[in-house]
Design a protein around this ligand. Structure first.
Ligand SMILES: *[C@@H]1O[C@H](CO)[C@@H](O)[C@H](O)[C@H]1NC(C)=O
Ligand SMILES: *[C@@H]1O[C@H](CO)[C@@H](O)[C@H](O)[C@H]1NC(C)=O
Ligand SMILES: *[C@@H]1O[C@H](CO)[C@@H](O)[C@H](O)[C@H]1NC(C)=O
Ligand SMILES: *[C@@H]1O[C@H](CO)[C@@H](O)[C@H](O)[C@H]1NC(C)=O
Ligand SMILES: *[C@@H]1O[C@H](CO)[C@@H](O)[C@H](O)[C@H]1NC(C)=O
Ligand SMILES: *[C@@H]1O[C@H](CO)[C@@H](O)[C@H](O)[C@H]1NC(C)=O
Ligand SMILES: *[C@@H]1O[C@H](CO)[C@@H](O)[C@H](O)[C@H]1NC(C)=O
Ligand SMILES: *[C@@H]1O[C@H](CO)[C@@H](O)[C@H](O)[C@H]1NC(C)=O
Ligand SMILES: *[C@@H]1O[C@H](CO)[C@@H](O)[C@H](O)[C@H]1NC(C)=O
Length: 887
């Protein structure tokens, strides 16, 4: 989501949010598309209630919603307006107090509770992905869930799996876990599990193909860009993490700003009704991204369940596409009653599914003020004041898990002459302003919209405030006896003679964020700096390397940077990608530098030799008149999949990461668990669907209460209508029902008959048979070093046998990290491969197909995508080491 704290109307204007106006309704949302691209109609919106472990929640929800009036149902399906509500979260729904249903507090961000105090600023997704540690990913999520719950937030607006990282310059990929659908999917599923076990609703976002910041929103001049994605690429890359998230039980989702195939994601019926709700079997609710809702009836029909933050594209005027407009649309017959009922049931069911009906704390903070007392409804600009912040400290010992994630994400790319680890008395010289926290404080720039001092996270809504910031210089000084610091990005000219034992540590960065801010010429995406280190970082490294014979480069970055200008200089002996460490930037790094732990992170993306090594289609899409068409013609081939296909060696491969010790992967065995067939077993049909009363309700259900004039807050969004307006809408509805007047002009392909659902569906995430374990592999990982303990990651990639389907040479399918292994110690890891892992999406069959049953699939196991020496065959059911790595 976009709007930032502490930004009034002027701030919104300045950030360009208001360039989206209701005039956009005049922009044809379906500009001409490239040949063959279609946004097919898919109606009606599938009801929730047919997935087994939602049955109880849906039944309870249906019972509660059955007792709600029209106004109450309209109230709980939309936000009350931006900056509205007592204790203001970034989104607040209306409530149904008469029947005991509360306002829901929806809060950013994926890395911690945004815009409030006494919280932990965890490392973001990209660092979490770089740990490749399922247990740690889960532990981080447990801690995040506890903090959201402690602040009384009902909904955690994370995790992020779109952007996936298709474009190296994209601004927000760091909020997600890495440029691979499986790494992303497994990390998202564990995050959902950890958060939801605390009773907090997780939100998988942003549906979908949201791979660029610039031109992402519909506005008066232009529609948002359209991501044109073919069916197979959608299934095998971009939808994959959403499928695993639904399977993990995620209860909410967010539609992206952009369009897919020319149709805005928040009202794309094929996307929401077809792919997400019917095929993936999503039973919870889907909300719009903030101010991304573009219509009332059309969005409802296309399956949107919650409008956020409730406003039209111009916020703060008291206008909504839903709320009172929803009441009107139901009464005049344009939106069928069962669509509103289903949306309300989905929201209430999600609340029951998380147990939030029992002892869930109320929100106790305001995102828009740090004062104890202030305006209860800041969006109203005037009005009552009261307690808005209770300063609840939710941190517990979460700094520990935050530090462990930051530490275990640190990825060592090079360590010549075993320069690392350092001893504490090595003379150290620190260069680069990234070594120390921003002198004006870590929160000096709103939503971290500057790159000053240590870079702990990117900028935008995906951030949280730092309550504490442990910077590298502080930690290094605490752990070493002889440290000289040069807190500058230009190499000082006055450094005297240095000795051969002196070590320079050079800190460099690359930043990006959300398009709501421009930082040093970068419009969210790295539009200006590209894949080059900021603040002349390359020069700083080169200058240090010219002077010192031992240089360690520490990189804090959102995504890959090109390291060619210095990576192979003789004195650049060690390179550490510390990604984005969050608040625990210091000891996480010094623990690695001084050998308290071995580095154990692995790259969650590829570091190319040159940005030009990628397909040209993954560069940023520039301005075009009309709708910008972003065609995903590279298909399945992004990141390592692409470089492998064209035979281009990266500088550092996806999955690469060194340790202070060495590991072997031996004694592997493969077991066939399930005998596959070409197609999965036929899905079961939907059962247990609720039945709804489709008669238009009485107009009186939307009448304003008698005391409306006394209670209503200016610009607040309400579901009520004046008696006259309600009666007029009902009269239209009656005339339409009677056939005496034309009704709503429904889109082509519109229907109200619930469908059986596609063959690829049938359970959460798709046909349950897709998740049958087909094969498992056990592998023994041994620390063969003699000095250092360490953790190893076993990465498992599938290579498909030859068939009619073109597939990437290798694709990640599973991974496991060991515990800390002492020298000589071994651990057996188990890797699993499902039916889906060995299938391709067949666009004709519209199903997942195993191209060659029991075929010559090779499962490659190793410590990086270009260091795979152990392979197990699905045909031979044997494993062999000493193989030549396939790429
Ligand atoms: C987009 O259009 C392509 C054809 O170019 C089609 O294969 C795909 O299913 C469409 N996707 C959506 C979400 O409409
Ligand atoms: C709608 O929600 C608001 C905010 O919680 C509440 O004040 C109002 O009473 C609700 N309206 C109905 C019809 O319940
Ligand atoms: C519900 O779904 C989740 C996620 O797939 C699963 O872990 C859990 O076992 C299911 N519960 C029931 C009762 O089926
Ligand atoms: C944290 O909470 C305490 C009360 O427990 C409060 O005094 C303090 O101001 C809060 N910290 C911040 C930064 O608001
Ligand atoms: C610190 O390192 C510098 C540079 O190598 C050296 O000249 C100095 O003697 C060292 N100081 C101590 C106390 O070891
Ligand atoms: C670094 O300093 C911290 C704080 O004094 C201490 O807890 C930690 O053990 C030290 N680590 C090393 C490797 O010396
Ligand atoms: C690990 O193995 C490589 C090559 O086999 C060797 O060069 C290196 O010295 C070893 N490192 C350690 C820490 O044992
Ligand atoms: C691996 O297998 C060999 C026999 O092939 C055996 O000698 C060895 O102990 C096994 N190693 C481990 C760590 O299980
Ligand atoms: C269906 O709704 C209509 C309008 O509110 C109401 O008159 C009717 O009694 C309802 N029917 C049932 C079976 O509840």
């Amino acid at each position: 989501m976009a709007p930032s704290a502490n930004l009034g109307l002027c701030g919104l204007l300045a950030t360009g949010l208001l360039s989206s106006t209701s005039l956009a309704a005049n922009v044809d949302p379906r500009n001409a598309l490239p040949a063959g691209v279609v946004a097919a109609p898919y109606y009606p919106a599938p009801y929730t209630g047919w997935v087994a472990n939602w049955t109880e929640s849906v039944t309870k929800a249906k019972a509660l919603v059955d007792t709600m009036t029209l106004a109450e149902k309209a109230n709980i399906t939309a936000g009350t307006g931006i900056y509205m509500g007592e204790y203001v979260c970034v989104g607040m729904t209306g409530s149904a107090p008469r029947v005991g249903f509360p306002q829901l507090c929806l809060q950013d961000s994926a890395l911690g509770v945004r815009d409030t105090d006494n919280i932990t600023a965890f490392p973001p997704g990209i660092t979490t992905g770089a740990t490749w540690d399922k247990n740690l990913i889960y532990q981080r999520a447990v801690a995040i869930g506890q903090e959201f719950r402690g602040k009384g937030a009902n909904v955690y607006l994370g995790p992020v799996v779109s952007p996936l990282g298709r474009k190296p310059r994209d601004g927000r990929s760091w909020e997600g876990f890495g440029a691979d659908p499986v790494l992303s999917a497994k990390a998202a599923a564990l995050t959902i599990q950890g958060v939801q076990e605390q009773g907090v609703m997780a939100t998988i976002k942003h549906l979908i193909a949201y791979e660029q910041e610039m031109w992402r929103m519909y506005n008066i001049i232009q529609p948002a860009y359209s991501s044109n994605v073919d069916d197979r690429t959608m299934h095998e890359l971009y939808l994959w993490p959403f499928a695993e998230s639904v399977r993990a039980g995620v209860v909410s989702a967010m539609a992206a700003y952009n369009a897919v195939n020319g149709s805005a994601c928040s009202q794309n019926s094929y996307l929401i009704n077809g792919l997400f709700k019917d095929e993936l079997g999503f039973q919870g609710f889907i909300m719009s991204d903030w101010l991304a809702q573009m219509s009332g009836v059309a969005a409802a029909l296309a399956g949107l369940d919650m409008g956020m933050p409730g406003d039209t594209m111009i916020p703060l005027l008291g206008n909504s596409y839903w709320m009172y407009e929803m009441s009107t649309a139901i009464l005049n017959g344009s939106t069928p009653v069962d669509r509103l009922d289903d949306a309300a049931v989905r929201i209430v069911a999600a609340w029951y599914q998380m147990g939030q009906d029992e002892d869930y704390p109320e929100p106790n903070f305001s995102s828009y003020s740090t004062n104890a007392v202030g305006l209860l409804h800041p969006g109203a600009l005037i009005g009552p004041t009261g307690v808005i912040n209770q300063f609840v400290d939710v941190r517990a010992d979460h700094a520990d898990v935050a530090r462990e994630v930051a530490q275990d994400g640190i990825t060592m790319l090079k360590n010549d002459d075993s320069l690392l680890p350092l001893s504490s008395d090595t003379p150290l010289f620190l260069f680069g302003t990234d070594q120390a926290v921003n002198a004006d404080g870590p929160n000096a720039c709103v939503d971290r919209s500057c790159n000053t001092g240590t870079l702990g996270m990117g900028w935008g809504s995906g951030t949280a405030r730092y309550e504490t910031f442990n910077d590298p210089v502080t930690a290094i000084k605490a752990n070493a006896t002889n440290v000289t610091t040069y807190n500058t990005d230009s190499f000082p000219s006055d450094i005297g003679t240095v000795s051969d034992d002196d070590v320079a540590i050079v800190f460099i960065t690359s930043d990006s964020g959300e398009n709501s801010y421009t930082v040093e010429g970068n419009y969210g995406d790295r539009s200006s700096d590209g894949l080059v280190a900021w603040h002349d970082g390359d020069e700083l490294v080169q200058d240090a390397a010219a002077k010192f014979s031992n240089v360690i480069v520490v990189v804090h970055t959102v995504a890959p940077i090109v390291v060619e200008p210095w990576y192979d200089l003789a004195s650049v002996k060690a390179i550490l990608f510390a990604h984005l460490p969050g608040q625990e930037a210091g000891y996480s790094l010094s623990n690695v530098l001084f050998g308290a732990v071995s580095p154990s992170g692995h790259l969650p993306y590829t570091i190319p030799v040159s940005e030009d090594d990628y397909a040209s289609t993954v560069s940023l899409t520039g301005f075009e008149f009309g709708q910008i068409q972003d065609s995903y013609t590279e298909g399945l081939y992004i990141d390592y999949r692409y470089l492998n296909k064209v035979g281009t060696k990266p500088r550092y491969a996806f999955g690469h990461g060194l340790s202070y010790t060495n590991f072997t992967y031996t004694n592997a065995t493969i077991t066939k668990v399930t005998q596959l067939t070409t197609l999965p077993a036929t899905r079961t049909s939907k059962s247990g669907l609720p039945s709804y009363n489709t008669t238009i309700p009485e107009a009186s259900e939307a009448y304003r209460p008698a005391d409306y004039d006394d209670i209503h807050v200016d610009r607040y969004l309400y579901p009520w209508l004046s008696d006259d307006d309600a009666d007029a809408a009902a009269a239209t509805g009656a005339a339409v029902t009677a056939g005496t007047t034309d009704g709503y002009n429904y889109p082509d392909g519109y229907s109200t008959t619930q469908t059986a659902g596609p063959p690829a569906g049938g359970g959460p995430g798709g046909n349950p048979a897709l998740f049958d374990i087909a094969y498992t592999i056990n592998v023994v990982v041994t620390n063969t070093g003699s000095t250092y303990s360490g953790k190893a990651v076993a990465q498992a990639y599938v290579q498909f046998p030859d068939s009619d389907f073109d597939t990437p040479i290798i694709q990640l399918r599973d991974f496991e990290k060991t515990d800390t292994l002492a020298p000589g110690e071994s651990q057996t890891l188990t890797l699993s491969f499902t039916r889906k892992d060995v299938s391709v999406w067949d666009v004709v069959e519209q199903n997942w197909v195993v191209p060659v049953v029991d075929g010559a699939y090779k499962f490659w196991i190793g410590e990086a995508s270009d260091a795979l020496y152990l392979a197990c065959g699905a045909d031979t059911l044997t494993c062999n080491d000493g193989q030549t790595s396939p790429v």
